[in-house]
Structure formats: structure tokens, C-alpha cells
Design a protein around this ligand. Structure first.
Ligand code: 89V
Length: 348
């Protein structure tokens, strides 16, 4: 199959992992890079052998749209609508990092512009692609614990995340957009759509603008109640960053995903322990290993869809724009709930 040609928009921290993850997948050719600070793009171009560098998005698109198949947008959330629109207008399929947009309206606009332009929109949402999360889902799908009725999905840490991603400290809406996008997406992946939610938030770290603690209680359409908790203010006995820890109780047993990718499945016959260790890539930052390896699986899934000649897509991609919009709805419903101190109904 002919490799698909693409451009990377944004060469900050995340591009250092997104790009080698693409090379790991194969079947793609990176033609050009854009970054508003040209020197940064040049450094990344040199590191990965990319032939073209721009600090003006229009120039990149004008020069290369004819040969590109898609763009991979890895910039801060505030630019997602603009860059998605510019690429869609040139007929290019778009992959965009989570969080999809800085508001529900913005996310809706991204869906609309791509639909009107007849291009495909995907959101790079990788947490559901982590090896331990996929293994947990297999246990649930096997039916061994029966029908799940209660769950806890937890991302609580004191990792100095602002050292590598300083812009996160400036966000007025922080943990629900950055980590909540992932955690609430995992909830949807594991348990289906939510019917309502209630949320409380707090800011513990006085040096950041947004909330760094959020507790969300979801009632899923299946009837399961799911407690999704996230915090960057949790100095715990064991630092779990960037692992998501999960426990699920079902009518016939329970399953726990605990530290170091250990899965314990308990039924009337006892407890079975397995390990769901993620693959190790030389280019991954060991502090982020489980997340960085999931970029490969996520990209693989999106590429399979992009390779379909039928531009409607073959339904191979999990995290399409339309799918991820449902996660974005949960994120902003959580803010709404916290602000009003009310349960927010979500059924359409
Ligand atoms: O993927 C992310 O949203 C990042 C992480 C904390 C994993 O680096 O912010």
C-alpha cells in the first residue's frame, strides 16, 4: 500500500513521541512540520529527518496540500478549531490531539467544518489504547465477573506534570480537560454512554489557574454507577503516574487494575492475577511509558481507517470526532455540574 503523506502541526513536548510512534506504525511519510517558533520545528525536523519546515500554517498548506493525505494537529487546544478548519478547507483529513476543543461549541464547530468539507476528523485519544485498559476490557467482555454494577476509575498523582507541559498551569479549566478527557473516555470505553453525572472540583495547588482535583459520579445507561476521580494534588504512598487504576464489581465477581499493570480477577473460584505490561519503546520517556506506547496503538487504529479508500471511513477508527464529542460533552457537563452543584442529565 502506498504510504499516506502527512504534516505535523505543532512540535512541542508531545510531538517528540507522536512522531516516532508514527514511524513505529509505518505506512506513512512525514512531509512537513509547522510550529509558530520556527527554531523548535527545525530542531524536530533535524531529529526525525523531515524535509520541510514552516512557521506559517497557510504557507505549509498552500505548498503541500496537493500531496498530503492528512494533518496531525498536536498544538494547544485553543488552536484546534482554526487549524482543523484550515486543513478541512483544503480537503485534508484531520487528526487532532485531545482535548478536542476549548468548549462544546468549538468541538461542534470542528465536526461541522469537517462534515461540510467532506473530510474525516479523528481525535487522538490514547488512554483507552493502553495495554492494561485493553486487558481490563477483555476481562469485562469475557463475562467472567457478570454484569458490572459499580466501578471506580482513578487517576490520582503528585507528579510534577507542569515541568514538561508548563502551559497546563495557565489553563482556567485544567484537570477535567487534560486528564478528565482521558478518564471520562475510558469510562465510556469500558461501560458505554452516561445517563447523568454529578461533579465537584477543587484547586489545591495555589500556583496554577485551574482546578487540580475533580470527582465525578456517573450513572451509565446500563445502570452501573461509576466514580471517576482525578487529582494532581495527591501525595500517595505509591506514585502511580501516569497509570489509571480501575476497580469494577459485577454480579459474579470483581476485577481490579492496580499499580504496575497488575490485573486481579476475583470470582467464587478465587482470584486470578495477570500482568498487562505495555510494550517498551526506546523513544518513549520511561516516566510516561504506558501512555507513550498507547500512541502507537491509537495511531494504528486511526491509520487503518485513513487507509480506507471510501472517504466515509470503514468504521475502523474508535476515536472519531463524532465519538469523542460524546467525551467532550461529559467534560463540560462536569464543569456545569460543579458550578451549579447539580446532577446534569445527559440523555439526548
Ligand atoms: O496525555 C496527556 O494529556 C498528558 C499527560 C499527563 C499524559 O502527559 O497531559
Amino acid at each position: 500500500m502506498k504510504p499516506l503523506k502527512f504534516a505535523v502541526i505543532g512540535t512541542g513536548f508531545w510531538a517528540n513521541y507522536q512522531i516516532p510512534a508514527w514511524f513505529e506504525v509505518g505506512g506513512v511519510e512525514l512531509i512537513a512540520l509547522y510550529n509558530r517558533t520556527r527554531a523548535k520545528a527545525e530542531r524536530v525536523a533535524q531529529q526525525f529527518g523531515v524535509p520541510n519546515v514552516y512557521d506559517t500554517i497557510d504557507e505549509l498548506l498552500d505548498n503541500h496540500a496537493h500531496e498530503l493525505d492528512f494533518v496531525d494537529i498536536i498544538t494547544d487546544v485553543d488552536t484546534h478549531v482554526l487549524f482543523t478548519t484550515k486543513a478541512a478547507e483544503r480537503g485534508l483529513d484531520v487528526i487532532c490531539q485531545k482535548p478536542m476543543g476549548p468548549s462544546l461549541n468549538d468541538a461542534q464547530q470542528m465536526l461541522t467544518v469537517c462534515q461540510q468539507a467532506g473530510v474525516r476528523l479523528y481525535i487522538h485519544e490514547n488512554f483507552r489504547w493502553q495495554t492494561p485498559i485493553r486487558a481490563l476490557k477483555s476481562v469485562l467482555d469475557s463475562g467472567v465477573i457478570g454484569k458490572p454494577f459499580k466501578a471506580r476509575v482513578s487517576f490520582c498523582s503528585a507528579f510534577p506534570v507542569f515541568d514538561n507541559q508548563p502551559f497546563l498551569a495557565d489553563l482556567d479549566q485544567f484537570i477535567l480537560t487534560d486528564i478528565g478527557s482521558h478518564i471520562l473516555d475510558i469510562c465510556r470505553f469500558l461501560f458505554g454512554e452516561a445517563e447523568s453525572l454529578y461533579c465537584q472540583t477543587t484547586r489545591v495547588n495555589p500556583q496554577i489557574n485551574g482546578e487540580d482535583v475533580a470527582n465525578v459520579l456517573l450513572r451509565m445507561e446500563s445502570g452501573l454507577t461509576c466514580y471517576a476521580e482525578m487529582s494532581y494534588a495527591s501525595l500517595l504512598e505509591r506514585e502511580a503516574f501516569p497509570q489509571t487504576l480501575v476497580s469494577v464489581e459485577g454480579a459474579a465477581g470483581s476485577v481490579v487494575l492496580t499499580n504496575d499493570y497488575v490485573l486481579k480477577t476475583t470470582t467464587a473460584n478465587g482470584t486470578v492475577t495477570t500482568h498487562a505490561t505495555p510494550p517498551n519503546y526506546s523513544w518513549a520517556d520511561p516516566d510516561y511509558a504506558v501512555v507513550h506506547s498507547s500512541i502507537v496503538a491509537c495511531n494504528q487504529n486511526l491509520l487503518a481507517d485513513l487507509q480506507e479508500p471510501d472517504r466515509q471511513g470503514a468504521g475502523l477508527a474508535e476515536t472519531t470526532g463524532a465519538d469523542n464529542f460524546e467525551t467532550v460533552r461529559l467534560v463540560y457537563a462536569a464543569y456545569d455540574s460543579a458550578k451549579r452543584n447539580e446532577v446534569i442529565p445527559l440523555k439526548r
